[in-house]
Design a protein around this ligand. Structure first.
Ligand SMILES: CC(C)(COP(=O)(O)OP(=O)(O)OC[C@H]1O[C@@H](n2cnc3c(N)ncnc32)[C@H](O)[C@@H]1OP(=O)(O)O)[C@@H](O)C(=O)NCCC(=O)NCCS
Length: 363
């Protein structure tokens, strides 16, 4: 198996366009085998961006593994460039016709070597499990999440693979889906005195970048279990602007609702949709800052954003992800008509000691 490493921006557009259709076909094959459904098929502009466009604040690296010239496996790493410099979020997948022959292990080890050598020793990863796979044999062995909530069957290929490669199962998330109209038709209560909600679509208005930056930064520490997956991110207005530009370049459109108390940021929620598949919405961050909780802002933000979506986009349904211990957010989503679509296991692995041992051997 030959493995080619492609950090975003390391090849010219002509080189990338030559392999793009093949990479997208591979991603579609993997998605169809996962049971997640066609809504999760690859978005061509996003895949192209992952291969071609390095971001200023975050970037991606791709590994493509071939046998006899054909792609048989692919890995990807999402990297932050300004904070969390020791962290890498990784994922790899093998063509179902070539599984259980050690290819996944070889690719993962190759990716780990590359990342460890550059000091990226805190790995995070994930696996997507449809409810039918999780519920197939409830009497079989399960592994419990370290968070204390939720479990996954140990004999699922992804679970077994990650466990056998030293990953620890940290958290279970529920991926759920709702029709936009359902959430939008919920009755919003009166906002608590002093609060207001603004909605917009497209890039963040320049006079709101500061508030959105603060909320993104809080999101990196205040979401349940966030300490397991990285440290506080550094956000300012320039980073919000750069993120908006990066999103526009790959045809990602945002709908945002921002809660304010006077000019202070109290909370926000974001939903993305892509030009390549405009009927599907993807819930992004939602946060109510700690000192503004208990006023019903979470539900009010979601209702406002879903209304804005129905008024000014073609989005028909929205997918969202929540930690299963995040009962407050799950309750809001249940009220908004979200139903379980998949379970997502979040995993971590430390390469720290391996790196020290390796450096020691080199001295
Ligand atoms: C997970 C995945 C990458 C494994 O690829 P693979 O090439 O089949 O993996 P390997 O052959 O290297 O298997 C390594 C170990 O994983 C475990 N494993 C992999 N598939 C398994 C299965 N179907 N049943 C039980 N254990 C399995 C075993 O411990 C295996 O070692 P063994 O064969 O010596 O018993 C592949 O199933 C896949 O692409 N899944 C979808 C993508 C995904 O969820 N990735 C996980 C996050 S990185």
């Amino acid at each position: 198996m030959e493995i080619t490493h492609i950090p975003a921006g390391s090849r010219g557009a002509a080189d990338i366009d030559e392999i793009l259709a093949e990479v997208i076909d591979f991603d579609a094959l993997i998605n169809r085998a996962s049971g997640l459904g066609s809504d999760f098929d690859p978005l061509p502009a996003e895949v192209r961006g992952q291969l071609l466009d390095p971001g200023e604040y975050t970037t991606t690296e791709t590994w493509i593994a071939r046998r006899g010239g054909t792609i048989v496996a692919k890995g990807i790493a999402w990297l932050s460039l300004r904070d969390n410099l020791d962290v890498a979020e990784i994922w790899c997948a093998v063509d179902p016709r070539h599984r259980r022959r050690g290819l996944g292990s070889r690719l993962l080890e190759h990716m780990e070597d590359s990342l460890r050598d550059r000091g990226r020793t805190r790995l995070t990863s994930f696996c997507d499990i449809p409810p039918s796979a999780r519920d197939a044999e409830p009497r079989g062995g399960h592994i419990a999440a370290d968070s204390g909530s939720g479990s996954l069957p140990t004999d699922l290929p992804e679970v077994s693979f990650l466990t056998s490669h030293g990953f620890a199962f940290k958290q279970l998330e529920r991926c759920s889906v709702a029709q936009t109209g359902t959430a939008a038709s919920m009755i919003a209560g009166e906002l608590a005195p002093g609060y207001s909600i603004e909605t917009w679509h497209g890039p963040t208005p320049s006079d709101r970048r500061k508030q959105i930056a603060l909320l993104h930064q809080r999101m990196s520490t205040d979401a349940p279990g966030s300490a397991e997956f990285g440290t506080e991110e550094a956000w300012d207005a320039a980073r919000v602007r750069a993120l908006d530009e990066q999103r526009a370049a790959k045809g990602e459109r945002m709908h945002t609702a921002l809660a304010l108390r006077g000019e202070s940021a109290a909370g926000f929620t974001e939903i993305a949709h892509f030009d390549d598949r405009p009927e599907i919405g993807w819930q992004g961050a939602t946060l109510v800052a700690a000192d503004h909780r208990g006023h019903g802002l979470g539900a009010a933000l979601k209702i406002a954003n879903h209304r804005s979506l129905t008024e000014s986009s073609g989005v028909e349904r929205v997918y969202t992800w929540n930690a299963v211990e995040n009962r407050w957010m799950l309750a809001i989503n249940d009220r908004a008509g979200f139903a379980t679509w998949a379970w997502v296991g979040l995993w971590t692995k430390s390469l720290h000691w391996e790196r020290l041992a390796r450096l020691d051997r080199m001295l």
